[in-house]
Design a protein around this ligand. Structure first.
Ligand code: GAR
Length: 186
């Protein structure tokens, strides 16, 4: 059995998909960490009985907040860290500390549309194929080695909401399975 920690900032629908998949998996989610006190992900953690922590970045050096995150991750003995809508760029010190053990999901076909508006940017593009990327974190913004990409064809007249739903569905179908596969190999 290996342990996964999840970092999120907002709704946490990916976190919930992971929690559902992990329930019968033999692996464990050891904690959820959020940088926003009002993250809906906290409610989802409560529902699954997963311990969760709020770590503030407010009026604080990023490196200082990260030290607190590192200490929580070590306390709960995380083998792997999944970013699931965690909207902060991690410092090289943090990334190197967990070398190759931080995985991210991004709602576009990277290297297209990195950053915090992947869905909006994908929607506004002329691209006929949209999709998601699961990758390891390196020092860049959404640049690390790609583990998996999944795409779908645009019908042509879908609204932003419809595109968002299709992207989230793809994320929920694929992210938990990729994480479980990595944990199986640890
Ligand atoms: C997801 O679409 C994820 O790919 C994206 O944030 C959303 C979080 O949704 N992440 C990024 O844009 C990272 N650059 P959720 O909170 O419902 O899981």
């Amino acid at each position: 059995m290996a342990k996964l920690a999840v970092l999120a900032s907002g709704s946490g629908s990916n976190f919930e998909a992971i929690a559902e998949a992990f329930a019968e998996s033999g692996h464990e989610i050891c904690c959820l960490i959020c940088d926003r006190r009002d993250a809906y992900a906290f409610k989802r953690a409560e529902k699954f009985g997963i311990q969760s922590f709020y770590i503030s970045y407010y009026k604080r050096e990023r490196a200082d907040a990260e030290l607190e995150i590192i200490s929580k991750l070590e306390e709960c003995r995380a083998d792997l860290i999944a970013l699931a809508g965690f909207m902060r760029l991690l410092t090289p010190v943090f990334v190197d500390h967990f070398q190759d053990r931080i995985i991210n999901i991004h709602p576009s076909l990277l290297p297209k549309y990195p950053g915090t508006h992947g869905i909006q940017d994908s929607f506004e593009s002329e691209d006929t194929e949209l999709g998601i990327t699961i990758h390891r974190i390196d020092h860049g913004l959404d640049t690390g080695p790609i583990i998996m990409q999944k795409s779908f064809s645009r019908v042509g007249n879908e609204s932003l909401d419809e595109i968002e739903t299709r992207i989230h569905d793809l994320e929920h179908q694929n992210y938990p399975a990729v994480l479980l596969e990595i944990l199986d190999a640890i």
